[in-house]
Design a protein around this ligand. Structure first.
Ligand code: 5AD
Ligand code: SF4
Length: 483
């Protein structure tokens, strides 16, 4: 918890504060009282379960919601079956993410019939789509609270409204310029944390729904970011992941504009912080200044996620990515020259409308030239409202499937070869977890983002350990701890 506020000291008999975050703390105090009453009624603590779909941004948003839920008295459970409050933080970047949510809602309805105290809340990107909310209003009346990506900070207020009434509470904002600071948050790991540095996206890649559901780009004030990280570090965090849809354009919307590279230099100065990661980097905005800062940094990890999406300049143009194959490869070359140990990962979309075999071969060519340490591959998914959805020449499924398989095969071959290169080396890892498969083993993460499993005790979690990389297993290592 970052902000340890005692809700019992808040006066809830008076008028509702009009400024944030005070207003939300007022509602949290109110919720706490209502939850206490319900809990007495049932004779046990109330339990909550949250499910997060999609990206790191959503994961971070969920931590904020869980922070509030814990503060108002809910206990966390992993099982929806025993929860009195279930929240789905949704993703809509590809259609199957939406379908999964509808499927699971059917199951939740049955659970709710058995537990009259159960509340169901939905939030996240999918809720920013008008037709989704219409459908929920019409056919999913058992959902209790619906909110979007712009007003997560209002969660306590919305929940309070629901607890005080019997109606479905819906609050969706189209966009916002507001950033509310100093709300509670619960971290999944005590030693590492995601930190939002900006919200939204202005790029409008022609296949992507994110700019429509996450709104315009806005950066957090650097002082707020630094203060948050300092607080995290004082609470035991040694690694941060700076989050934004396009971190390379950080700072443009600030009153005192600042570059991402400048922000990184400020973060680097924070004493006690050991590792810095960030995502996502749009290739079009990756500056020489950033390469220099990365090169000289002692804390920025040797991993860069640099989505290419396609290797065909023709397709990249239609995707509105604003770089071409040559520019991307040139950028990769400059990065590798400056940092020979840098591990590159990427996102690739297969089957974008109009993609020919030649275009696809260009993508394979980029994969072979860059030699990614891993890559996320996606089958193009038509998102209503994006320019690509109305493009002619959508690609037949069997063609896409064939390309997808060929791409995957190439990527797996290359990433295994790349991983192999570190065999026998000694590296420093941050121990993250006990190994679920082998008893007595723990899992550490290298600077380049690769995992290594080795013999060790649970007490090592959150500490840095030097490990020898004994055997490469494709996308992870088996190793042993060096004394
Ligand atoms: N279809 C398939 N993949 C998509 N992505 C974004 N939109 C789509 C879509 N419509 C992928 C991109 C992006 C990643 C987060 O999701 O590769 O980088
Ligand atoms: Fe989507 Fe492109 Fe923005 Fe990434 S940069 S979120 S792919 S529009």
């Amino acid at each position: 918890m970052n902000y340890k506020i005692d809700l019992d000291t808040i006066d809830i008999s008076g008028s509702v504060p009009t400024t944030e975050p005070e207003r939300q703390y007022y509602y949290m105090a109110k919720c706490k009282k209502l939850i206490e009453e319900k809990s007495k009624e049932i004779g046990r603590p109330l339990r909550m379960c949250t499910q997060t779909f999609g990206c790191q941004m959503n994961a971070r948003d969920s931590e904020k919601i869980v922070g509030i839920l814990e503060l108002i008295g809910y206990q966390e459970t992993e099982k929806e079956e025993e929860a009195d409050f279930v929240l789905y933080n949704t993703c809509t970047v590809r259609e199957n993410a939406n379908l999964r949510v509808y499927g699971r809602l059917g199951y939740l309805k049955k659970l709710k019939e058995k537990n009259p105290y159960m509340l169901i809340a939905l939030c996240g990107c999918m809720m920013q789509e008008a037709d989704v909310v219409e459908k929920l209003k019409k056919s999913y009346r058992f959902v209790d609270v619906i909110f979007g990506t712009h007003n997560i900070f209002k969660f306590a207020e919305l929940l309070c409204n629901r607890l005080e009434s019997d109606r479905m509470v819906i609050d969706i904002w189209k966009d916002t310029t507001e950033i509310v600071e100093n709300l509670p948050s619960e971290r999944k790991y005590p030693f590492k944390a995601g930190v939002n540095i900006m919200f939204g996206c202005n790029n409008f890649c022609s296949y992507c729904i994110v700019p429509y559901v996450r709104g315009r780009e806005r950066s957090r004030n650097p002082k707020d970011i630094i203060r948050e990280i300092e607080l995290l570090v004082s609470d035991g965090v040694v690694e941060v992941m700076l989050l934004g849809q396009n971190v390379n354009s950080y700072g443009k919307t600030l009153d005192d504009p600042m570059t991402f590279a400048e922000l990184l230099q400020e973060v680097e100065k924070i004493e006690g912080l050991k590792r810095i990661r960030f995502m996502t980097s749009h290739p079009k905005d990756l500056s020489d200044e950033l390469i220099e800062v990365m090169r000289h940094s002692k804390k920025i990890c040797t991993h860069l996620h640099l989505p290419v999406q396609s290797g065909s300049s023709r397709i990249l143009k239609i995707m509105n990515r604003r770089y071409d194959k040559e520019k991307y490869l040139d950028l990769v070359e400059r990065l590798k020259k400056a940092m020979p140990d840098l591990a590159l990962t990427t996102d690739i979309i297969v089957g974008f409308p109009g993609e020919t075999e030649e275009d696809f071969l260009e993508t394979l060519d980029v994969v072979k030239k860059v030699r990614y340490s891993s890559a996320y591959t996606f089958i193009y998914s038509k998102r209503t409202g994006t320019p690509a959805a109305s493009m002619e020449e959508q690609i037949p499924e069997d063609v896409i499937k064939d390309r997808f398989d060929r791409l995957l095969e190439e990527i797996q071959k290359i990433s295994a070869e790349e991983a192999q290169k570190d065999q026998g080396k000694r590296v420093e890892v941050l121990v993250e977890d006990v190994n679920e498969h082998t008893e007595g083993y723990v899992t550490g993460r290298m600077s380049n983002n690769m995992l290594v499993h080795f013999k060790g005790e649970e007490e090592l979690i959150g500490t840095f350990v030097t490990v020898s990389l004994d055997e490469c297993k494709g996308f992870y290592y088996m190793g042993h701890k060096c004394d």
